[in-house]
Design a protein around this ligand. Structure first.
Ligand SMILES: *[C@@H]1O[C@H](CO)[C@@H](O)[C@H](O)[C@H]1NC(C)=O
Ligand SMILES: *[C@@H]1O[C@H](CO)[C@@H](O)[C@H](O)[C@H]1NC(C)=O
Ligand SMILES: *[C@@H]1O[C@H](CO)[C@@H](O)[C@H](O)[C@H]1NC(C)=O
Ligand SMILES: *[C@@H]1O[C@H](CO)[C@@H](O)[C@H](O)[C@H]1NC(C)=O
Length: 223
């Protein structure tokens, strides 16, 4: 491990204190970087259930497993969004519902609060084949010197193939988005969707938070 100046450490301590404040989201120096937007997007093909394979950590998902999103068309300009998860400690399911609007190819405005306007593209699909993977990106410039990013790798299967993940990671590379902060979502011992077998098991590997065990060491290694 080498020491690349102190800003990595600043970054990590910001991230770690973010976790403690229950406000975790990965901060990066500078403004939101440019990403490559899609030329075309088939919203209908994108609908349905997507499992979260991995994501940059953020508050909503701390301590959650079996995370998935279900998108469905409400009318020709509105999409319903349901994000659901299981609490890893209690086994309790939870969900939030929101709405989305397609503003451009792969550029969606998603809102979870009533009255929140659907005018800003805060959910960018950077790549998808609609059938196996999608890479989604969200970035907010909080000051001219810092931005908060979330990257998600979503998959149609709970346990996708290595090929599928490689395709998704290529899209991150194309956009120069770091894989170091990706934290893999636990998708084991999850209730089966639509099936009847909802045998919930509270015990999974409840080791220390994934964030501390995987993300930070990865980030340090790759810095
Ligand atoms: C969308 O729906 C509105 C009202 O339901 C209708 O007037 C409009 O023509 C529709 N647009 C398209 C592209 O289907
Ligand atoms: C969302 O949660 C509510 C209870 O809070 C539950 O009734 C509903 O079935 C859940 N929906 C999904 C899709 O999990
Ligand atoms: C996803 O949403 C659609 C449309 O509302 C619904 O029919 C389907 O059952 C949902 N799937 C799951 C797994 O919640
Ligand atoms: C539920 O699952 C069991 C065994 O997996 C199966 O025998 C049964 O037919 C299923 N019931 C329904 C309603 O799908």
């Amino acid at each position: 491990m080498n020491h690349h100046g102190s800003h990595l450490w600043l970054l990590i301590s910001m991230v770690v204190s973010g976790v403690c404040l229950g406000n975790a989201q990965v901060p990066f120096p500078g403004k939101c970087p440019e990403v490559k937007l899609l030329d075309a997007f088939d919203a209908e093909a994108y609908m349905g259930v997507w499992y979260e394979y991995a994501a940059y950590p953020f508050a909503f998902e701390i301590g959650k497993k079996c995370i998935y999103a279900n998108y469905s068309i409400i009318d020709n300009s509105t999409i319903s969004v349901v994000n659901a998860a299981i609490n890893r400690f209690t086994g309790q399911p939870s969900n939030v519902t929101g709405k989305a609007k397609v503003l451009g190819p792969g550029q969606l405005a998603v809102a979870f609060f009533p009255g929140q306007p659907l005018t800003k593209a805060n959910y960018l699909v950077l790549g998808t084949d609609y059938e196996s993977y999608a890479v989604v990106y969200s970035c907010t410039s909080v000051t001219p010197w810092a931005n908060l990013k979330i990257v998600w790798i979503l998959t149609r299967q709970r346990e996708p193939s290595a090929e599928t993940i490689a395709k998704a990671k290529n899209i991150l590379d194309d956009n120069e988005l770091s894989q170091a902060f990706l934290s893999q979502t636990v998708q084991k011992k999850c209730p089966q969707l639509e099936g009847n077998g909802t045998e919930l098991s509270a015990e999974d590997d409840l080791d220390v938070d994934d964030f501390v065990t995987t993300v930070v060491p990865n980030a340090i290694e790759k810095a």
